[in-house]
Unconditional design. Structure first.
Length: 166
């Protein structure tokens, strides 16, 4: 019984860590001057404690990540446009993205904010709720965890063609 309880506790903890993670994808716009961080379109990535690897899962150092490299960062937003990285993957170019919790929303301007990152929604953006159903922006609210895909169009600004409830 004790093993079952410990096993279930471990499973719940791992599920919480994996599902609770925030994410950002994009090109590195500058390495951090402190040697412990980097920038992705104005978003500071604190990387001192992160596991870093390439597309083939080969371990890398933070020094091997250069301006222009495309990365996917899993971690947790710790402030406006600031993320503490848990894992950084250098990979081939994909679409840019940000995943996190909506902190504010302005449906009339088709704009949301995720931890200081402004997400502008294109007029033709696909907005998806549970069960892959298209829903209007008015049904989204602060506190919803979403993943937005699009292009970085400014400092801490993503213009999204897709937003999905995570």
């Amino acid at each position: 019984m004790k093993k079952l309880v410990l096993g279930m506790t471990f499973f719940i903890l791992m599920f919480t860590v994996v599902c609770g993670a925030d994410e950002i994808r994009g090109k590195v716009t500058a390495p951090g001057g402190d040697g412990k961080s980097l920038l992705i379109s104005g978003v500071t990535i604190q990387a001192a404690e992160a596991w870093i690897e390439d597309a083939e899962d080969y371990p890398l150092s933070l020094k091997s990540i250069a301006k222009g490299d495309f990365v996917e960062v899993d971690g947790k937003f710790v402030g406006p446009a600031k993320m503490k990285a848990r894992k950084i993957d250098r990979r081939k170019r994909e679409c840019d993205a940000v995943k996190g919790t909506i902190t504010s929303i302005d449906a009339s301007k088709k704009k949301i904010v995720i931890s200081g990152i402004t997400v502008k929604l294109r007029a033709d953006a696909w907005l998806e709720g549970p069960n892959h159903v298209k829903i209007p922006l008015e049904l989204f609210a602060p506190g919803y965890k979403v993943k937005c895909k699009g292009d970085w169009t400014g400092l801490a600004e993503l213009t999204a063609f897709r937003m999905v409830v995570d």
